[in-house]
Design a protein around this ligand. Structure first.
Ligand SMILES: NC(=O)c1ccc[n+]([C@@H]2O[C@H](COP(=O)([O-])OP(=O)(O)OC[C@H]3O[C@@H](n4cnc5c(N)ncnc54)[C@H](OP(=O)(O)O)[C@@H]3O)[C@@H](O)[C@H]2O)c1
Length: 227
């Protein structure tokens, strides 16, 4: 049975990833900030193992990695994310107070997770680290707005792309995935894809990955997302 660890599994895409991988027979280590509030996750039952993890707490990341020492993790899915300015404000309205928290969760935590769990992933069969990025990270087609969130995801891409080079000798496949615009708490009701549609597509991308894909930034249809 392959194993996946998912951060931010309490709702949105993380919950749907958990549901689909569990239904497919995977062992799912579903990480949430507060298990007491994870009723939808608990209802999935089966092979889902709920762990407490606030990814902004780096000591907690290291402690979980130590606790799971010896566990092979086929897919490390770095999904937890924050986007406090959902209405895509202009530069004048950028929330500078929120920026450091967003950067910690969206950029620093995924790198810390990838480093903390590198041996768990390297010990697995599939050896995949997948960071959920965003089309909004694309610098070459920047259209203005939502500077806080988009800069955090662009920086995430820099970190993960860099790590794919640094860890090239470890046999890991490290990718950044753009899930599309999805109807979650973050994406809102007008978004293009349901969580089920987006996750189905992203899972197909993950299932088709090979070592040659390491370092790619990939859309939910498998095409390259522009940098
Ligand atoms: N929806 C879209 O259109 C879209 C588009 C591109 C990229 N994405 C990315 O997709 C990922 C999932 O987003 P979503 O749409 O599912 O949004 P969501 O419904 O708001 O879910 C975000 C999840 O991240 C968790 N989270 C936030 N801060 C955390 C922390 N410090 N520690 C642990 N978990 C934390 C939340 O936990 P709580 O439930 O405890 O708050 C929640 O489960 C994010 O990385 C997001 O940037 C989404």
């Amino acid at each position: 049975m392959p194993t996946i660890l998912i951060t931010g599994a309490n709702g949105g895409l993380g919950l749907e990833f958990t549901r689909q991988y569990a239904a497919d027979g995977w062992r799912v280590i579903a990480c949430v900030r507060d298990p007491a509030k994870a009723s939808a996750l608990k209802a999935l039952g089966g092979s889902v193992e709920i762990r407490t993890l606030d990814v902004a707490d780096f000591a907690a990341i290291d402690a979980l990695a130590a606790d799971l020492k010896g566990t092979a993790i086929d897919v490390l899915l770095l999904n937890a994310g924050l986007n406090p300015q959902l209405d895509a404000p202009l530069a004048e309205e950028a929330d500078y107070d929120a920026w450091s928290d967003v950067f910690r969760v969206n950029t620093m935590a995924p790198l810390r997770m990838a480093v903390a769990f590198r041996d768990h992933v390297a010990a697995s069969t599939r050896k995949i680290v997948a960071a959920i990025s965003s089309g909004g990270a694309t610098v070459s087609q920047a259209k203005g707005g939502n500077y806080v969130y988009r800069s955090s995801k662009a920086a995430l891409n820099q970190c993960m792309k860099g790590l794919s080079k640094e860890y090239a000798g470890r046999g890991l496949t490290i990718v950044m995935l753009a899930p599309g615009w999805v109807r979650t708490r973050m994406g809102g009701p007008k978004a293009t894809f349901s969580p089920e549609e987006s996750v189905t597509k992203v899972r197909t991308v993950i299932a088709g990955l090979s070592a040659e894909d390491s370092g790619r930034f990939i859309n939910n249809d498998g095409s390259d997302c522009p940098w």
